[in-house]
Design a protein around this ligand. Structure first.
Ligand code: B12
Length: 459
C-alpha cells in the first residue's frame, strides 16, 4: 500500500501534469486572439476622420498587454496629451472646445472618470502624473483628480447623487488608490454606503457601475490608508456586497449581465478575490473568459475600440490594479505587421436587399413631439443609417446630432431637442415598445419590420 505522503506526491504530479496540459493547450489559441485584439486596437489609434476620439482606455489596454508596437503607442500617447491639454482641467484654465455641443458650461470641468482614465493611461506609459508638463503649464493631475472626486462627493452630500455617475466616481477613487494617493475618507464612506444599497443589479448599467466600484473598494481594502478603522469595516462589507451582487448575476454560459458588462465584472471579481473578498463558488473567471474569447472571435467587440479596450485586460487575466507594476523597461516591440491571420469580425453578408423599418422620435419628458416615419434601408444597415434616411425624408422632424465617444456616435439631439446631461437627460434607444438596445447607433444592426424609438428620458 502506498504511504500517504507518497500518494499525495503522486496526486500533485498528476494535477500538475493535468494543469500543464490544459494551460499549454489553451493559450496557443488564446494568445492568437489576444494578438488580434492588440492589432485591432493599434489600428484604431490612427485618426480616421473628424469623429476620431483619443480614448485613454485604449492606451491602458495596450500598455497592459505583453506585446507592443512602441512607436504607435508613443504616437497615441502624444495624441492623448494633446486631448488632455485641450480639456478644461481646472476652473482657472479653460480648454479650447470647438464643438458647441461639447462646450463646457461656465465652471464645468473635465469629468472625474475621464480624468481618472487619462491619469491611468499616462501612468501606464510611465509618465509622472503628479508633476506633468502640459504645453506651457505644470500640473499635478492627481491633485486635480482629487478635486474632481471632491466635487462628486459634495454633489452626493447636497443632491444625493454624483455630478456625473457612480461609474465615474468609482473610476476617480480607483485611480487615486491605484496610484497610491490618499483618498478622502468621506468620499470612500459615500461610495461604500452607495455600494451597500445596490441590491439587485437592476437599472440601466448598474452592473458596470458595481464593477467599477468593486475595483475601487478592492484597491482600498488592500491599502493601509483607511482611517478610521470603522471605514475599513464599511469598505470590506461594501466590497463583499458588490461581489455577491455580481456573482448572483452569472448565467450558465459565463455571462455576467451582457457581454460588455461581463468583461468588467470579471476584472472586478478578480480584484476582489485578490483583496481577500469571499468569492467562494467562483471559478476564477474561467467560464466567463471562455465566453468572452468566443464573443471576441465572433466579432462582437470589434466595431468599438472602447468595448475592445475594456475587454483586453480580462482576456489577459489582469486588471487596472496592475498599472503601477508597469515599468516600461525592456518592453516587447514585436507587433509591426498589423494584418491579422485571425479576423475578429462576423462573416459579412454579400447580398443586400431593401428592408423597411419604422423610426419614432419622441420627447418622453416634455411631450412636445412624437413623430414616426417608415424608411427603407439596405439589409445589414445600422441604426445610424435609419436616422439618416429619416432625416433625408423629413429634415424638420427627424434632424439629429451626435457627438463622438469611445463607443461610437452618441445621440445628443433630435428634432432640435438637446439631451442635457447636466440634468441627467439622454436619448434612450429602444426596440418598440420598451426594450433598451444593447448597442448604439453605429453598432446596432436593424432588421426588417422593426420599430425603433429614440426617446428623451432621464437616467
Ligand atoms: C454611464 C453610461 C451611460 C450614461 C451616460 C451619461 C453620462 N453622462 O454619464 C447613459 C445612461 C446616458 C447611457 C446611455 C446609453 N448607453 Co451607456 N454606459 C454608461 C457606462 C455605464 C459608463 C460610461 C462612462 O461613464 N465611461 C467613463 C467615461 C469617462 O468615458 P467616456 O468615454 O467619456 O464615456 C462616455 C460614453 O461612454 C458615453 N456613452 C455612454 N453609454 C454610451 C453608449 C453608446 C452606444 C455610446 C455611443 C456612447 C455612450 O457617455 C459616457 C459619459 O459621457 C457604460 C459602461 C461601460 N462598460 O463603458 C455604458 C455603455 C457604454 N452604454 C451602453 C449602451 C448600450 C447605452 C445606450 C445605447 C442604451 C440605450 N438603449 O439607450 C445609451 C446611449 C444612447 C445614445 N444616446 O446614443 C453599452 C454600450 C455597448 C456597446 N458596445 O455599444 C455600455 C457598454 C453598457 C453595457 N454594459 O452594455 N450610458
Amino acid at each position: 500500500m502506498a504511504r500517504p505522503g507518497h500518494a499525495l506526491a503522486l496526486l500533485l504530479v498528476a494535477v500538475a501534469v493535468l494543469l500543464h496540459s490544459s494551460v499549454a493547450a489553451a493559450p496557443a489559441n488564446e494568445s492568437a486572439v489576444v494578438l488580434a485584439v492588440v492589432k485591432v486596437l493599434l489600428n484604431s489609434t490612427r485618426p480616421s476622420d473628424e469623429s476620431f476620439l483619443v480614448d485613454p482606455t485604449v492606451l491602458c489596454a495596450l500598455r497592459l498587454a505583453p506585446v507592443h508596437n512602441l512607436r504607435m503607442e508613443r504616437s497615441f500617447l502624444k495624441q492623448l496629451l494633446a486631448r488632455l491639454a485641450d480639456l478644461h482641467l481646472d476652473r482657472s484654465c479653460p480648454g479650447q472646445v470647438t464643438d458647441p455641443d461639447e462646450r463646457p458650461r461656465r465652471g464645468e470641468a473635465v469629468p472625474s472618470g475621464l480624468l481618472a482614465l487619462m491619469v491611468l493611461a499616462l501612468r501606464a506609459s510611465c509618465l509622472p502624473v503628479e508633476a506633468m508638463r502640459l504645453g506651457w503649464v505644470h500640473v499635478d493631475l492627481l491633485g486635480i483628480l482629487d478635486q474632481r472626486l471632491d466635487e462628486e462627493r459634495r454633489s452626493v452630500a447636497l443632491a444625493g447623487r454624483p455630478l456625473t455617475t457612480y461609474y465615474q466616481y468609482a473610476l476617480a477613487t480607483q485611480a487615486l488608490c491605484i496610484l497610491n494617493a490618499s483618498v478622502d475618507p468621506d468620499a470612500v464612506e459615500k461610495l461604500a454606503s452607495w455600494a451597500l444599497l445596490q441590491g439587485s443589479g437592476d437599472g440601466p448599467h448598474s452592473l458596470d457601475e458595481a464593477s467599477q466600484a468593486l475595483v475601487a473598494l478592492s484597491c482600498l481594502k488592500g491599502t493601509p490608508l483607511l482611517r478610521p478603522p470603522t471605514l475599513a469595516t464599511a469598505v470590506a462589507a461594501a466590497a463583499q456586497s458588490l461581489a455577491s451582487l455580481l456573482l448572483g448575476q452569472r448565467s450558465g454560459n459565463g455571462a455576467i449581465g451582457n457581454i460588455y458588462s461581463t468583461a468588467l465584472a470579471v476584472q472586478a471579481l478578480q480584484a476582489a478575490q485578490g483583496s481577500g473578498v469571499n468569492v467562494s463558488g467562483w471559478d476564477g473567471g474561467n467560464a466567463s473568459r471562455t465566453f468572452l474569447f468566443a464573443a471576441a472571435v465572433a466579432g462582437e467587440f470589434t466595431a468599438s475600440p472602447g468595448a475592445l479596450a475594456q475587454l483586453l485586460p480580462t482576456l489577459l487575466g489582469t486588471t487596472y490594479l496592475a498599472v503601477p507594476r508597469i515599468t516600461c523597461v525592456g518592453d516587447d516591440d514585436s507587433v509591426h505587421d498589423l494584418h491579422s491571420e485571425l479576423t475578429l469580425s462576423p462573416p459579412a453578408g454579400n447580398s443586400s436587399w431593401p428592408i423597411g423599418v419604422t423610426y419614432q422620435a419622441t420627447d418622453g419628458l416634455g411631450h412636445t413631439f412624437d413623430n414616426s416615419v417608415h424608411v427603407t434601408v439596405p439589409s445589414g444597415s445600422n441604426l445610424l443609417r435609419v436616422l439618416e434616411a429619416a432625416q433625408a425624408q423629413n429634415a424638420l422632424q427627424f434632424s439629429f446630432k451626435t457627438k463622438p465617444s469611445s463607443f461610437g456616435p452618441y445621440l445628443v439631439q433630435v428634432n432640435g431637442l438637446v439631451a442635457d446631461s447636466a440634468l441627467h437627460q439622454y436619448w434612450q434607444l429602444l426596440d418598440a415598445p420598451s426594450t433598451p438596445l444593447d448597442k448604439g447607433l453605429r453598432d446596432y444592426i436593424v432588421s426588417d419590420g422593426q420599430h425603433l424609438i429614440a426617446n428623451l428620458t432621464t437616467w
